[in-house]
Design a binder for this molecule. Sequence first.
Ligand code: GUN
Ligand code: FE
Length: 433
Amino acid sequence: TQATAYRAAILHSLADPALVGLDASYAYHEDGVLVVADGHISDIGPAEQVLARQPANIEVISFENKLITAGFIDTHIHFPQTEMIASYGEQLLDWLNNYTFPEERKFADPEHARRVASFFLDELLRNGTTTAMVFGTVHKASVETFFSESDKRNMRMIAGKVMMDRHAPDYLLDTPESAYADSKELIERWHNKGRQLYAVTPRFAPTSTAEQLAMAGRLLQEYDGVYLQTHLSENKQEIEWVRELFPDRKGYLDVYDHFGLLGERSVFAHAVHLEREECARMGETDSVISFCPTSNLFLGSGLFDLPEMEAHQIRIGLGTDVGGGTSFSMLQTIAEAYKIQQLQQHKLHPLKALYLATLGGARALSLDDKIGNLAIGKEADFLVLDLHATPLIQARMKNAHNLFEQLFVLMMLGDDRVIAETYIYGDRSYRRS
Ligand code: GUN
Ligand code: FE
C-alpha cells in the first residue's frame, strides 16, 4: 500500500543515556523525514537523503515549528478513576475508602464502563499517550469494554481485571475462584488480539487473600507472555498493614515473591519506600517499577529515588497513576519527576526524561521490539509536538538556544496543548483543533 512521508524536525530515543551516554542516546534530524507504510516505520533520516531513496511521487506532509517524536508510554494508570481525579484531602488508604471504591462501584454497569473507557482513550490520544498499562475494576465487563474500545482505536494497550477478595466494600469483592475464571476468560479473548495484551491485576497485597495471590501466580504460569501489574510500597501505613497481614513474609515485596509474581513482565507501581534487599531482589528478577510522580506528590506518598533504583539494574517506566495522579499528560508527569529528583539533589536531563517516557517505557513493558522510538520496522505510533503551543512557550522558545533547551521548555511548561497530532499505527487519530 501507499507510503506517506512526514517532514519536520524529528527527535527520538535510541538507548538509555545511563548506558550509552547522552550523545549516543538519541537521533535528531533538524529537517527530517519519517516514512510510514502499512502501519510501520519504513524509513527515517535527513529529508534530502530519505526523499532521494523514496518514489518521486510519494505524498509528503510538512510541518512548521513542530517536532515529531515517538508516542508516550504510560506504564501505570486506572481508567475507572478518570472522573474522580483531583479528590481532596486524603492519603492512600483513606483516599481508597472515601473516593476510589465508591467510584469503582459504578463500573458494575457496562454502559458506564464503555462511556468512561471511550472518554479515557480519547484523553490519552489528546495527551499523546499511545500505549498504557491500565487497571480496570473488579468487574470483568469493565475490562471487556475497555479492550473493545481500545481495539476499535487500534491502540496498543495492556489491561486487566482487578482481583480483590478482602478489605474492600462487599460490592467490590470477587473470590479467588471467580477472579481466576474471569481473568482466564479475558486472557483467552483479548491477549494478543490485535494490539491488546493482558495483565493479571491483583490490586495490592492488602486486598487479596493468600489464596487469591496464589491464583494470580497460577495464571502467570499458565499463560505465556501475560503481564502482572500491582502496587508496591507506596505509603508507610500501607507497608505496616502488609506486615501485619503477612507476618510470615520478610516484607512487602516478599509477599509477591512468595506467590511467584516477580519477573520481567511484572510491573510494580510506586515502590517509593523499598528496602535495600528489596531493590536487589527487584533487579535480580528483572521486575519493573512504574515511577508515578504526580501521584506520589498528590497522595503525599514519598520521593522516588531514580538513580538509586537504577543502580540496582531495575527497569523503570513513568506512570501518571490517574486518578491518584493529577494529570493525563506525560509532559506534566516529567515536570513533576524532574522536581522530585531536584528535591533529592539529582538531575533529570531532558533526554533521559524523553527516554523514560518513550523507549524506556517500552523496555519496561518488554515492547521495545515493537514501539518506543521511530526505528525502521517499529509500529508507527508517533506525535507531532507544537513548539509554539502557547504564547508563553512560544516566547520562551526564542531564548532556547539548542534542542535540549527546547525539549526542556516543552517538558516544564507543556501539557495536552503541545500535542498537535497523534498517530496510531500510521493513522492520524487525533488533531488539536
Ligand atoms: N493501591 C491500591 N489501589 C490503589 C489505587 O487505586 N491507586 C493508588 N495510587 N494506589 C493504590
Ligand atoms: Fe495506581
